[in-house]
Every structure is written in structure tokens, then in C-alpha cells.
Ligand binder design. Structure first.
Ligand code: ATP
Ligand code: MG
Length: 397
């Protein structure tokens, strides 16, 4: 069946008091953005406790729920019929007509009517509507029966001020908080599996995202860069447009390679990545950094290594994958549609120079001592790297 009205439900948690307006406004904005891809004209607006998306044309429910499946903050989408308030018999007729279209005259499922009134002047109470409408449905569908505990078809009737909503299906949404309700973070985005998942996870909590990618041409290729742009686009389907900063890191990497102990290369490199990403983050009002690290996954992700990396960060560093196993991250990566792209075999600047035996327990003083070897050149190199910043606005499809 095709519908014009889609009622969008969000979780009440975290939407109390003053937050409510901004939560709803952010959700309306994200719903509008997501529906654009259907190329239909929609009126999206809020009413107490919910959002409505009304289409000019009747649409397949699946098309609309599909388009909204990446909008965080939505817990349920109900394709609904909106009825004008009138005599109860007219309401009952509309309900049985709808049921026949949805389920057929011979439907033998169980049902229960769930009536609610926000319009208190309506002449019947919710309980009276439940009972009277239940009778009418039983009359019209001889094979149906009432089950008050686990009805197969819940029949929702909502008597609002100027109309009545009727729906029997609540399709699940992705949950989370609408993007734009939690400030912005800077994602360190590589071509791997983990960092796109990390970006997705903070977007799910309402954060906007900027991203920084370090490449090292000619040691890393245009293909590797394109892969990262593709990954950013996949994350942007959830987070909305991402300003992707692409930084040429080759010179810094070479300098570290030449002047510092090889087993410390990854940790020192990571510290410079953090410093640079942090500078860009501060310039762009990001409130923290995000990485795809998970405890113990590789040498640079031991607690010792991450402590040494964190020592150069003034902004908080968020690591949403920290407690996940690789397999769990892979599952999420597949769920969000990034995995196939993430496993394309293009080189990353970290792996190009990776030492055979990286330190797993780096000591901060020793690392700082090694970095002294770079003293004469590094400030200028960091300035130069920052000047290579190529900013791409990556938008969802
Ligand atoms: P990923 O799958 O995210 O690449 P990984 O297991 O390969 O993770 P590392 O290469 O150790 O892990 O990188 C750890 C984190 O550091 C990444 O999740 C990412 O946030 C950041 N990072 C690594 N390389 C880059 C890069 N070239 N540009 C930007 N960030 C990077
Ligand atoms: Mg990587």
C-alpha cells in the first residue's frame, strides 16, 4: 500500500526540557536532507512529541523508510493515514477500509486497538474508542480475533487536534541522536576498516564530523586517496557533509625515518598526525579528535603507545572502537556498507614505512628524546604540511 503521511518517532530520552527544541529541529533538518534523494516534494514539520513527513504523492512505505534508515534519532517510522475528524461511524468505516486494503477481507490475524487522544474535547474516551472500534473490526473481519497481550496487528488511533492518525506498522529506525545535537569532532580517517566505523559511531551520538587524511605521495597513490574519499562519502551518508582535509605527510615521515630509531617510527608519526589534526580541529571548532584505535590491536594501540600519543593532545581524543574486537568492528563495517571499500588493497602511509619490530611499550621520555633529533627541521615541516591542506567537501550521494 502507498502512503502520503509518515509519522516519525524518536526516543524521549535526552529530549527533556530545553534540549527538546534543538533536538527536534536537528531531526527535521536531517529528515529533509535524507528525503531529498527520493526527488519528491515533502512537507516535514514537528508537532509535540513527533515529526511528520508528508509527501505530495503517495509513496511506497519501503522507499521512505529506506531513505530514512541512516537518519540518527529516529526510533520508528509509521506509514499513516490521516483522517478528518467526523462521526464515529465514518472513522470506523475508514479504519475497516484501510484494514481491508492492508490485510484483505479474509485476514485471520489477531489485533488490538490502541486509541489515544490529545484532543480532550473528542466525544469518546480512548477506552470507548478501543471498545467500539474493536467491535466494528470484528464485524467486518469474521476471521480476526482480539489478543490484548500480543496482537499481530496493533491498530493505532491518535485523535489529534485537527485530524486523526491511523497506522498499524512501526518500522524500526536506526536510533541514536540526530546529527548536529552534539558539536563537531575531527576524525582521523585512514583507508582502513576501523576509522570509518569510529566516525559512524560518533555520528550516531549526534556529532558532526570533519576529517583529516594523511597521505605520502609518491609513496602512497592517488588510488589510496580516492579510497579514503569514498570512505568519507560512506560515513557522510550518516553524518551529513564532511570537510575532508588531505595533508601531505611525506616529508615529515621521511624525516622521522631518517632521524629517529626505526622501532619508534609509528609512535612518533602518530604523535605528529595528532598534532597536525589537532591544529586543524581547533581552527574549525572541533571539540575533540576521533580515531579507530582499539586496545592491543597493533603495537601502536597498546595502552603505553596510546598514552604516549595522547601526551601531545590538548583536545580530548575519542576512540569509540576501543573495546571492540576486530571481528566486531568488521561486522559494523559491513553493516554500514564500508567494508568492501576498506579492504581494497591500497597502501597506507603508516604501512609503507612501518618498522618490522615496533615498540609496544614506548617510554615518553625516550620518545621525546628521539623527537629532539627533528628539532631543527620539524616546525617548518609541520607548517609546510599544514599549507598542503586540500579541503574537499564530501557529501552523501
Ligand atoms: P584503520 O582501519 O582505521 O586504518 P588500523 O587498524 O589500520 O586502523 P592504525 O593504522 O594503527 O590502525 O591507525 C590507528 C588510527 O590512526 C586509525 O584508526 C586512524 O584513526 C588513524 N590513522 C592511521 N593512519 C592514518 C592516516 N593515514 N590518516 C589519518 N588517520 C590515520
Ligand atoms: Mg590504518
Amino acid at each position: 500500500m502507498r502512503f502520503k503521511v509518515f509519522l516519525i518517532k524518536y526516543a524521549e530520552i535526552g529530549v527533556k526540557g530545553k534540549n527538546r527544541g534543538s533536538f527536534e529541529d536537528a531531526l527535521v533538518k536531517q529528515v529533509r536532507r535524507a528525503l531529498r534523494k527520493l526527488h519528491q516534494s515533502f512537507n516535514v514539520y514537528k508537532q509535540p512529541g513527533r515529526i511528520y513527513a508528508e509527501s505530495e504523492e503517495e509513496l511506497e512505505a519501503e522507499d521512505v523508510t529506506g531513505a530514512l534508515s541512516k537518519v540518527f534519532g529516529i526510533v520508528g517510522i509509521c506509514p499513516a493515514v490521516q483522517l478528518k475528524e467526523g462521526e464515529f461511524d465514518d472513522l470506523a468505516l475508514s479504519v475497516t477500509d484501510y484494514m481491508e486494503k492492508m490485510y484483505g477481507k479474509d485476514c485471520d490475524k489477531s489485533f488490538k486497538v490502541f486509541a489515544r487522544r490529545t484532543k480532550k474535547s473528542y466525544p469518546m474516551t480512548s477506552q470507548e474508542i478501543n471498545e467500539a472500534l474493536g467491535e466494528k473490526i470484528l464485524d467486518a473481519f469474521p476471521n480476526m480475533h482480539v489478543d490484548v497481550h500480543e496482537p499481530q496487528i496493533p491498530v493505532y488511533i491518535e485523535v489529534r487536534d485537527s485530524f486523526i492518525n491511523l497506522y498499524t506498522k512501526i518500522m524500526p529506525g536506526p536510533g541514536g541522536m540526530p546529527v548536529g545535537t552534539a558539536g563537531k569532532l575531527m576524525l582521523l580517517l585512514s583507508g582502513g576498516i576501523d576509522s570509518p566505523v569510529a566516525g559512524y559511531m560518533v555520528a550516531k551520538r549526534g556529532c558532526k564530523i570533519d576529517a583529516t587524511y594523511f597521505h605520502a605521495p609518491p609513496y602512497t597513490s592517488e588510488w589510496a586517496k580516492k579510497k579514503v574519499i569514498d570512505l568519507a562519502r560512506i560515513v557522510a551518508e550518516y553524518s551529513g557533509p564532511i570537510a575532508l582535509h588531505i595533508i601531505n605527510f611525506a616529508e615529515i615521515q621521511m624525516a622521522i625515518y631518517e632521524k629517529c630509531p626505526h622501532e619508534e617510527l609509528t609512535v612518533i608519526m602518530r604523535r605528529y598526525m595528532m598534532r597536525i589534526a589537532q591544529t586543524i580541529a581547533k581552527k574549525n571548532e572541533c571539540l575533540g579528535l576521533v580515531t579507530g584505535e582499539s586496545i592491543g590491536q597493533v603495537a601502536s594501540q597498546t595502552l603505553h603507545s596510546m598514552a604516549v600519543t595522547n601526551a601531545v593532545c590538548e583536545l580530548p581524543v575519542y576512540r569509540p572502537c576501543i573495546g571492540l574486537d576486530k571481528q566486531e568492528i568488521v561486522e559494523l563495517s559491513k553493516d554500514i556498507g564500508a567494508f568492501e571499500t576498506s579492504i581494497l588493497p591500497y597502501e597506507d602511509c603508516c604501512t609503507t614505512f612501518a618498522p618490522d619490530h615496533p615498540v609496544t611499550h614506548p617510554n615518553l621520555e625516550r620518545i621525546e628524546l628521539s623527537e629532539k633529533n627533528l628539532e631543527d627541521v620539524i616546525d617548518e615541516m609541520v607548517e609546510k604540511a599544514l599549507a598542503t591542506d586540500e579541503i574537499l567537501w564530501v557529501r552523501p550521494e
